[in-house]
Design a protein around this ligand. Structure first.
Ligand SMILES: *Cc1c(COP(=O)(O)O)cnc(C)c1O
Length: 386
């Protein structure tokens, strides 16, 4: 049987895959089993921050894998300690909890918010507010946090204690908080799965000021937007926010599973022995990979991400068949006249891999994609939109 036949026979049918088997790649170019080459404008959903089979990343991983690949959290290992230091130094956060995915990073944030509020304000203060159209993960609790009803329908009962409000609706938020039962608000600075929709800066500022005044936690889900994706190390930095908790995953380790929950001053000591854990969390190989990713996200590199963003936006905006381009940095959503699926199919036929998010073509190229490939991909995308 072929790979595609085996996959269809033996893997749960949760993914609607494209009929393409990727076998290898280098940087932003990947190759399928038939030898066809593609420009990768999705980077494994914002995961391969420096592309595929990047040499710096490979040597960081290889060096660690030859030393020790896993020891569990019963012992100290240098890569996770050094990564936590690097994350805290670069952001001003105080402590980190490591898991393996975005959903787990959010689970940690939710546990921290619940315990903090129970201790600081009493056991009835347990509501976590999130935004409509948000996406926070696939576990039952992060599904409950996700503000999209169609994900909820078949999995009742979900974890209680989540309320969704429309982005921008300060009145609804204030009405909810007036009851004294809101522990935290969890937001994405740019809704990714929801259609690459940036948060309105005026709402973000008003929200942050109000939560500070009310002593309610501001938690930012940077699973997709983090680690240089939006042209800043974390997207909240574009908004001048000072969150109490930030979660991240996807691009953090450049292609290995790693999630992190960053804890600010107010909540840094909420978790104590036995409160939370993860067998694989803080795995030394994943952490060594993440350290090498973080080392390369310098200010000058991040300003290149911003200039590549401006270049790509400039090429796409106003092209025939392109209605609009949204997003920040190298996290862009293109609304075309044609159905999104048709555009993505045409791009693939012509050698460009794109993602979708709701009614948008979603573009999340590697942060180091060469300008020449970015121009070439833009040309193919524009032709597909005509
Ligand atoms: C992808 C994503 C998640 C879930 O991450 P997993 O690693 O798939 O668990 C959560 N929040 C946001 C904003 C995401 O984009």
């Amino acid at each position: 049987m072929t790979t595609i036949e085996l996959d269809q026979a033996y893997i749960a049918h949760t993914y609607k895959r494209f009929p393409v088997e990727i076998v290898s790649g280098k940087g932003s170019l990947v190759r399928d089993a038939a030898g066809k080459e593609y420009i990768d404008m999705g980077s494994g959903i914002a995961v391969t921050s420096f592309g595929v089979a990047d040499e710096v990343w490979i040597s960081a991983v290889e060096k660690q894998i030859r030393q020790v690949q896993h020891m569990s959290n019963l012992y100290y290992t240098a890569p996770c300690a050094r990564l936590a230091e690097a994350l805290c130094t670069r952001t001003g956060f105080s402590r980190v909890f490591f898991g393996n995915s975005g959903a787990e990073a959010n689970e940690c944030a939710i546990k921290v918010a619940r315990k903090w509020a129970a201790e600081a304000k009493g056991p009835d203060c347990n509501i976590i507010v999130t935004l409509e159209n948000s996406f926070h993960g696939r576990t039952l609790t992060t599904l409950a946090a996700t503000g999209q009803a169609h994900y909820h329908e078949l999995y009742q009962p979900l974890t209680p204690g989540f309320v969704h409000i429309a982005a921008g609706d300060m009145a609804a938020l204030k009405a909810l908080c007036a009851g004294g039962k809101v522990a935290a608000v969890l937001i994405e600075c740019v809704q990714g799965e929801g259609g690459v929709i940036p948060l309105d800066p005026a709402f973000a500022s008003a929200l942050a000021a109000y939560l500070k005044e009310q002593d309610i936690l501001l938690m930012v889900d940077e699973v997709q937007t983090g680690n240089g994706r939006t042209g800043k190390l974390y997207a909240y930095m574009n908004y001048g926010l000072h969150p109490d908790v930030v979660t991240t995953a996807k691009g953090l380790a450049g292609g290995l599973p790693l999630g992190a929950c960053l804890l600010g001053e107010k909540v840094k000591d909420v978790l104590s022995y036995g409160d939370h854990g993860s067998t694989f969390g803080g795995n030394p190989v994943a952490c060594a990979a993440a350290l090498s990713v973080l080392d390369r996200l310098t200010d000058s590199f991040l300003s290149e991400v911003e200039s590549k963003s401006a270049l790509l936006r400039g090429l796409l905006e106003g092209a025939p068949g392109v209605q609009s381009v949204s997003g920040l940095g190298l996290m862009l959503g293109l609304k075309a006249d044609k159905p999104t699926g048709e555009v993505v199919q045409a791009c693939m036929a012509n050698g460009v891999l794109c993602l979708t998010a709701k009614d948008k073509v979603r573009l999340l190229p590697a942060l180091n994609i060469p300008e020449e490939l970015l121009r070439k991909a833009a040309g193919i995308i524009i032709a597909a939109c005509k």
